[in-house]
Design a protein around this ligand. Structure first.
Ligand code: ZN
Length: 128
């Protein structure tokens, strides 16, 4: 679904070329509907010798909470990271998750923003 992939990435401000959105659904978790996006993190070259001659060797799945300003509509991104075995240098590697750090950074920024807004709202209610 290349068009969906591009559309979701545009919506979530994700620019990484190695992330491919494959599916999405709603799931009821802890009393809230989460939007769950299924993604695949692909590795196109060996990080050691930069060869493209890779053999796929399974996946590692992790769930990333993508916190947006509207906390009533949480987003979970299920990231399937490809594990590969390089046919040239025979080293194993897993696609690196700089994006997860990027998500965490965005999430933390969102949390700080919400906290700041809550505090200022309390201040406002005290002054009235
Ligand atoms: Zn290699």
């Amino acid at each position: 679904m290349p068009s969906n992939n591009g559309c979701i990435k545009f919506h979530l401000n994700i620019e990484d070329q190695n992330i491919i959105f494959t599916d999405y659904f709603k799931k009821f978790i802890n009393g809230k509907f989460h939007k769950v996006y299924l993604t695949e993190l692909v590795q196109s070259a060996c990080p050691y010798c930069h060869s493209n001659n890779l053999k796929h060797n399974g996946h590692y799945t992790s769930n990333v909470r993508f916190i947006i300003a509207d906390a009533s509509k949480p987003i979970t991104i299920r990231l399937r990271k490809q594990r590969v075995l390089c046919n040239e240098c025979l080293k194993r590697s897993m696609v690196q998750s700089s994006l997860v750090n990027k998500y965490c950074h965005i999430s933390n920024a969102s949390k700080r923003k919400v906290l700041t807004e809550n505090r200022s709202m309390t201040d406002i209610s005290k002054t009235i």
